[in-house]
Ligand binder design. Structure first.
Ligand SMILES: Nc1ncnc2c1ncn2[C@@H]1O[C@H](COP(=O)(O)OP(=O)(O)OP(=O)(O)O)[C@@H](O)[C@H]1O
Length: 233
């Protein structure tokens, strides 16, 4: 696919959390091209997680359009949004959100249960899970271990494998390296980029850590994307 077609476009988006009049996220225009790796930088409270939630369709903008891969997220029902997210977006959260008592294998295979297109992209799920573990530098014997018994860095890689399996077109990562030390952060990012490029996946990551900037195709500051309202009381 061409690298200059947009996979994500926000236009005239506004969002206000209910009961939180002091903050409004306002994004006149923001887009990400297919295959790009984009780092969205912003200070705490600038609305990075809110923006990611809008893109993932876990919340819906009160104004404007959030278009992911040609689909207007706001036009979908809640159920359609859940399905759309499972099919189109690989998620890596700050706290990884792994099932601690499930095995590494079951954690990695989880998205395939909910997303037909991702399931169809993986004819041999167990073999693909092992391959991803291998490529992400996880020892082969951890695949049958409970996820909760792994180190933080290892859990991070399991979360990345879970996001990557079945080649979703978009990977969204919310501060995925914040729990890692500097050296492990860079190793993890390199592995994530290698995998994203190999599968022509778009990567949008948010962070407040500007030291990561060199690693990405493009760096965008929240203050350039959003005209937020933050009243002082
Ligand atoms: N679930 C929620 N309910 C109500 N208000 C919320 C909710 N989540 C975030 N907010 C508010 O929205 C504003 C932006 O928060 P958000 O978490 O999006 O910022 P952030 O840039 O991701 O911050 P951080 O880097 O600290 O995670 C804050 O004022 C916050 O209190």
């Amino acid at each position: 696919m061409s690298k200059d077609t947009s996979i994500l476009t926000l236009k005239d988006v506004r969002y206000r959390w209910s009961g939180r009049a002091s903050f409004e996220l306002s994004v006149p225009q923001f887009s990400v091209n297919r295959g790009e790796t984009v780092l969205l930088l912003g200070e705490s409270g600038s609305g990075k997680s809110t923006l990611l939630s809008l893109i993932c369709g876990t919340i819906i903008a009160q104004n404007g359009i959030v278009d992911v891969g040609g689909t207007d997220i706001g036009a979908l029902s809640a159920r359609e949004r859940d399905q759309f997210r499972a099919e189109q977006i690989g998620l890596i959260f700050q706290q990884f959100n792994l099932l601690p008592y499930a095995t590494v294998l079951d954690n990695i295979l989880l998205p395939l249960r909910f997303a037909k297109s991702r399931r169809q992209a993986v004819p041999s799920p167990n073999a693909m899970a092992s391959q991803l573990c291998d490529e992400l530098g996880l020892p082969s014997d951890v695949i049958h271990a409970r996820a909760g018994t792994l180190s933080v860095g290892q859990q991070q890689r399991v979360a990345a494998a879970r996001a990557l399996i079945g080649n979703p077109p978009l990977i969204i990562a919310d501060e995925p390296t914040s729990a890692l030390d500097a050296a492990t952060q860079l190793t993890f990012l390199k592995l994530l980029f290698d995998q994203s490029r190999q599968h022509d996946t778009t990567l949008l990551m948010v962070s407040h850590d500007a030291r990561l900037a060199d690693q990405f195709d493009r760096v965008v500051k929240m203050s350039d994307v959003a005209e937020n309202k933050r009243e002082t009381t």
